[in-house]
Each structure stands twice: as structure tokens, then as C-alpha cells.
Design a protein around this ligand. Structure first.
Ligand code: SF4
Length: 398
């Protein structure tokens, strides 16, 4: 993941629009002694159906309640026998949990804080943009990759998220039904938590799951092998590789993962993959003005990426306190884009979004938050009725 990295201080113009349940914070989130069903596959739900003496079709009923009807409790699953629902609730829970807090940027971007396991939080960004709206989800509380330009990588690593915790950032997002694209670019390196990410991708794209097109999902990675090969072989989602320089030594200085997963090996895996159809390959490139935007970099990029059907996404760097890399010069980024385009690359300059609420993924945090004061006029567009509204307002776990 490497969306823009910007100032971490929310502007006074931003609005805290969703306050946490009274008396709760990420620190107080408890782990119930039931297992979450969110993230279970159809085969696994079939095993549960057998265990509870339910007919085989009950697996599809369970999946329907979990992923299509967005149930928040077994009580809602009225086409299952009452006794089975009671027994299921003794062992399992749905696993949906509303966000604690929401910040709204002046540009419309919203950043949500979700509690995961006790004392851990992750942030999720929702980025509306005309006819598209993109959800950026986290996969780890913190990150072990420690990229030099990323604030997340400097924070204490708080562990991997479960598939339920990854999916819940979509499931419990108030704007869920408006999401057109999901980018797995939030806190954490997705392929460093490949087991849970693989499961989340399965549930997002399966017909019995959320049935989203894989063309609406992008996984961003520094290129962790061999998980990258499995991602390429098993899924059809778009792939974005954090590159930032074509030179190995320079990349290793900024991204310690280069030592374990050299870009040459990553490119070899990418060249072996099937890019036919609409699957897209992107390279993410934060422009550190004066460091990685020289003609030498353009020439080496052309050599390194020769023959790969790809797009280069240029991003701005806004230094955060303690960051030692230079900010992006506005004129220079356009100059660099033009030089790349002359070499035949398709290049996009990413707009910075949500910078006033520190919603760029390099700014996302595992830090515990104090509770904030309630704000009048809270809007919960997904709440179907008073029950769900009260769930959003007051419940951490069903
Ligand atoms: S430190 Fe982790 S979250 Fe930050 S850019 Fe690197 S891989 Fe992404």
C-alpha cells in the first residue's frame, strides 16, 4: 500500500460526524467468546450446517444472511429453526461491528476508526469521486514493512487482522451500498497477511458472498513472495506494486522489503502472470522531488518495465513530522509524467484526497483514540430501521 503520505494533523475545518458509543474506545473493545462467522466460506458454512443437524441448503441460507442480507444477529435468520439459531448463537456471532468514529474531509473523504481485537484499532477511508466511490481497507494494525516514507510503518505493529475484521470494514461501512471499488491499500502489507486477505477476496467476489467483480478490487503490495504468485494465480483482482524507484539500492534504502523480495523477482512473477482481459497492473511511484524523478530514473524505468502491460501511478509526498524524504514539487511531477509518457508509459497523477483528516494510508494509525464529543445531526444512511440505527450507535459486537 502506498497512497499519499501527508500531514497527520486534522484541520479544524474537519467534522467529527460519528462519535463512539458512550464509554467505549478501541482500548475497551472486548473479544467475545464466540467466533465470528463473517469470512467463512460456503464449504465451511456447510460444515456448520452438518454439525447443527441442518439440511445442506442451510449453508446457502447462512451465506445469504451474512453476505447479502447483512444480518446483525442470528435472531434475524428466521428461515432457520429457532433451536438451531439459539445453539448457533452460543458458539458463534455474525462478527459485524460498527465503526467507532468518523472524520469527514472538506473534499468529502470519510475516515472511519474500527476497533479490532482488544486494544487495537484500524482506519478505513471512503473516498467518493463523482460516479465512483472507493473504499480503502486495512489488513494489519500497523505494518512490518517499515517503508521509510510511510507513517504507518513507523508505528508499533499490532498484529494481523482476521478475515472478519477485514471484511467488516466493508460490511459495516455506512456507505457500503455506494462503494464501487475496493482498494486493499490501508494499514498493513496485504500479502504479509495473505491467509486472511485471500479469504476476504474470496468472500468479496464469490457468488455466494458479496458477489463483487474482481475488476473492482485492487490489492497493493510491496511484492511479498510467494504470496504474490498465489494472488496472481488464484484471483483476478487488479494488482498495484509499490515501486518508487527502479534502482535496487535506492529501493532497499526506502523499502527494507527489497532485501527479502527483490524487485527483479517480483517482476519475474508479474511477467509470468496472465494480463489478458481487463486485469490491470499498476506501479505506484511517490515522487520525492530531486531524488527519484531524474532522466536517469526515467531511462531505468523504461528498461525495467519493458514489455509489461502496466500503468504508472504518480503520487505526491507530503512529509510528516520525522519524515526525512522531500515533498513533491508540483511542477516537477508534471515534468516527470511528461518524460515517462514520451517513453510510452501510461501515467496517472493521483489526486491527494482526505489530507486534512490524515486519511492517506501512510498516515493511518494504530494509536488508541480518546472518545470524542457527540456531534448533532449524525447521519446513518445504511440504517434500515430504528434497531439497526441503535446498533450503529451503541454496539461493538452483536
Ligand atoms: S510500511 Fe507498510 S503500510 Fe506503509 S507503505 Fe510500506 S507496506 Fe505500505
Amino acid at each position: 500500500m502506498t497512497r499519499d503520505v501527508q500531514s497527520a494533523t486534522p484541520s479544524p475545518d474537519t467534522v467529527t460526524a460519528l462519535s463512539p458509543p458512550a464509554g467505549s474506545s478501541c482500548a475497551s473493545a472486548s473479544t467475545p467468546n464466540t467466533a465470528p462467522l463473517l469470512g467463512w466460506t460456503l464449504d465451511e458454512l456447510a460444515a456448520i450446517a452438518r454439525e447443527f443437524d441442518l439440511p445442506p441448503y442451510a449453508a446457502r441460507q447462512l451465506a445469504g444472511w451474512l453476505y447479502r442480507r447483512h444480518a446483525i444477529s442470528f435472531a434475524e435468520m428466521t428461515d432457520l429453526p429457532l433451536r438451531a439459531r439459539t445453539r448457533l448463537a452460543e458458539r458463534y456471532r455474525v462478527g459485524a461491528a460498527p465503526p467507532h468514529e468518523m472524520l469527514v474531509s472538506r473534499d468529502g473523504t470519510r475516515k472511519y476508526l474500527f476497533a479490532v481485537a482488544p486494544e487495537r484499532c484500524v482506519e478505513t477511508a471512503w473516498i467518493p469521486d463523482r460516479e465512483r466511490s472507493t473504499l480503502c481497507v486495512s489488513t494489519q494494525a500497523g505494518c512490518r514493512m517499515r517503508c521509510r516514507f510511510c507513517h504507518t510503518g513507523r508505528q508499533r505493529f499490532g498484529g494481523d487482522l482476521s478475515a472478519a475484521e477485514i471484511l467488516n470494514q466493508y460490511r459495516s461501512l455506512p456507505e457500503r451500498d455506494r462503494v464501487t471499488n475496493i482498494v486493499v491499500m490501508g494499514m498493513g502489507e496485504p500479502l504479509d497477511n495473505w491467509g486472511a486477505v485471500r479469504r476476504a477476496l474470496q468472500v468479496w467476489t464469490a457468488p455466494w458472498g458479496y458477489a463483487l467483480s474482481p475488476r473492482r478490487i485492487t490489492v497493493s503490495t510491496v511484492g511479498v513472495l510467494p504470496a504474490l504468485r498465489e494472488l496472481l494465480a488464484e484471483t483476478h483482482v487488479h494488482v498495484a506494486i509499490s515501486l518508487h524507484t527502479p534502482f535496487t539500492e535506492e529501493r532497499a534504502a526506502w523499502m527494507p522489503s527489497e532485501r527479502a523480495h527483490p524487485i527483479q523477482d517480483v517482476l519475474e512473477a508479474l511477467r509470468s502472470a496472465d494480463w489478458a482481459g481487463q486485469r490491470r497492473l499498476m506501479f505506484e511511484y511517490i515522487v520525492f522531488s530531486g531524488l527519484n524523478d531524474s532522466p536517469r530514473h526515467v531511462r531505468e524505468l523504461a528498461r525495467l518495465l519493458h514489455g509489461l502491460p502496466c500503468r504508472i501511478n504518480l503520487m505526491r509526498h507530503h512529509p510528516w513530522p520525522g519524515s526525512s524524504l522531500p515533498a513533491t514539487d508540483e511542477a516537477a511531477v508534471f515534468h516527470f509524467r511528461d518524460a515517462l509518457e514520451r517513453r510510452g508509459f501510461v501515467v496517472t497523477i493521483r489526486r491527494s484526497r482526505g489530507s486534512d483528516i490524515a486519511a492517506a494510508c501512510g498516515q493511518l494509525t494504530t494509536a488508541r483514540r480518546p472518545t470524542t464529543s457527540a456531534v448533532a445531526g449524525m447521519s446513518l444512511p445504511l440504517a434500515r430501521d430504528a434497531t439497526e440505527k441503535s446498533w450503529y450507535n451503541g454496539r461493538l459486537h452483536e
